[in-house]
Ligand binder design. Sequence first.
Ligand code: WTA
Length: 629
Amino acid sequence: MAYDYERDYAEAARDPDGFWRKVAQRIDWMQAPTQIRDVSFDAKDFRIRWYADGTLNATVSCLDRHLATRGDRTALIFEPDDPNGETQRIPYRELHARVCRLANALRNLGVAKGDRVTLYLPMIPDAAVAMLACARIGAIHSVVFGGFAPHSIADRIADCRSKLVITADEGLRGGKRIPLKANVDAALALPGTNSVETVLVVRHTGAAVPMQMPRDRWVDAVVEGQPDTCDPEPMNAEDPLFILYTSGSTGKPKGVLHTTGGYIVYASWTHERVFDLRDDDVFWCTADVGWVTGHSYVVYGPLANGATCVMFEGVPNYPDYSRFWNIVDKYQVTIFYTAPTAIRALMREGDAPVKATSRKSIRVLGTVGEPINPEAWRWYHDVVGDARCPITDTWWQTETGGTLIAPPLDRPQKPGSAMKPLPGILPAIVDGKGNVLEGETEGNLVLLDSWPGQMRTVYGDQKRFFETYFSTFPGKYFTGDGSHRDADGDYWITGRVDDVIIVSGHRIGSAEVESAFVSHPKVAEAAVVGFPHDIKGQGIYAYVTLMDGEAEDDALRAELIAHVRKEIGPIATPDHLQWAPGLPKTRSGKIMRRILRKIAEGAPEQLGDTSTLADPTVVESLVKHRRGQ
Ligand code: WTA
């Protein structure tokens, strides 16, 4: 073990500035920072700035600095959806050249520092190349997960006024084709998207896709003849690196903005520390680059560390349930990082598909995205890891940029616990009034102080940033999660305490699904809650009130579910839809979701106090007609 947790935590607590100054030295700076942190979570002088007088370009740490010593080392290993398809091994030297060519092409197309570029791509190396090409020239990328539908793409383009979109002809997942370019075309036909001047298309499946001239260009054509070097744009540490939209309690998804210096320092440091990264590791994080896990632990963290990283286009069950483990054996993966939902889905298929493979190369296992139930943890440990490998259960968020709480690997782990804050991280548990609770306890998880990878603002809406995260418990960052802390001081994240639902590790806001429902002409009102789901962790349960005179039948139920799927994307497909002639509301008209959650869970005996309801009879009727038993 390369580190001593207690020693490092104590060192960071004693001298935070000195500690974070040292951590920042792992990155190549054009101008090294002399200022380390400048932070206040208080309303009157609210600010979050790290390394503010430093200058750098994140891609220099991810690419250029490796050329002299490890230019021939594989940066990315690409495993396509089709197990018999063409794999790729891209050395650092080649990745650098590809990034530079695309960066030059983007500059030629008029993209400049500060411009926003939306990426809507499959899990292929071009996605990493596109992110880094933007970063090379100081453009701010906004990656939109390839599973989102045109409306969701359009909202995200409109919010940040992207100038350019990079997509592919199609994506492939489990043998199915995803019409990416067609979805972009549909998105750009929607209002609010006229900022987009150019659409670059990666030729991936080779499908014929309509190209609208002069807007649409093939990536091959624009990079052709471009030099394979490109001067990196000097960026201030606090200049934006990317925007990533994520769901919150209310309203539309927020554009989480990360800046350059603190983010790359934190992604790189946590990637090494949390996984105990060694020089000869082959690291595989199964997350899509459309999520923050893909940003920090497929692209920025591993590449800044000069690691070899697997990128997998497909899904765990195609062509069969051994796929993950076959890939592990094929590339001799040493660190494997995935989500509990995938583990549960594979566990359901039994041990045979795992046992058919070797997995001897694996040294460390990781999980992220939602609480892992102890049963899934044990299966992961005993069957996948042959009871040989430590499991790092990493708790973090899009907002945090990198892992904040994870088990130190120098001691035994506890199944289901993320255990300890990383050095320099100060979590606390507070009650509903914001009082810090000591010792063994349970409550709301907050952070008392900043860390370099913290988000800096909601793009274009600083007020929303402050209100969302710093107003519930003044002076503290509120995570939206609940947590238990045991007698050893270990943290056990219990899940969201707000209206965010985590479905198969994907964050979905109740409000987004509700607004998709009410955009249907026959729907008067909708309320959406999460409920426990064996495989997905949480499923989506919807209560829908129809317009007067509409018939509550199965055909309409199917139509409404399809409507939500079409508006947001397949990940937001409701599992259950219950007709609700009325919704439980307070006398002031607020929907009481607490009650709806208990009904969806099938625990009507725990409804609690219903005396504040405007019409208590509504609840009885909902309990009687609950779906999904
Ligand atoms: C949840 C993903 C329990 C949590 C990196 C958080 C977890 C939300 C864990 C962020 C974990 C993430 N144990 N819960 N190890 N990791 N979560 O923004 O509710 O997609 O607030 O970031 O996922 O999801 P996001």
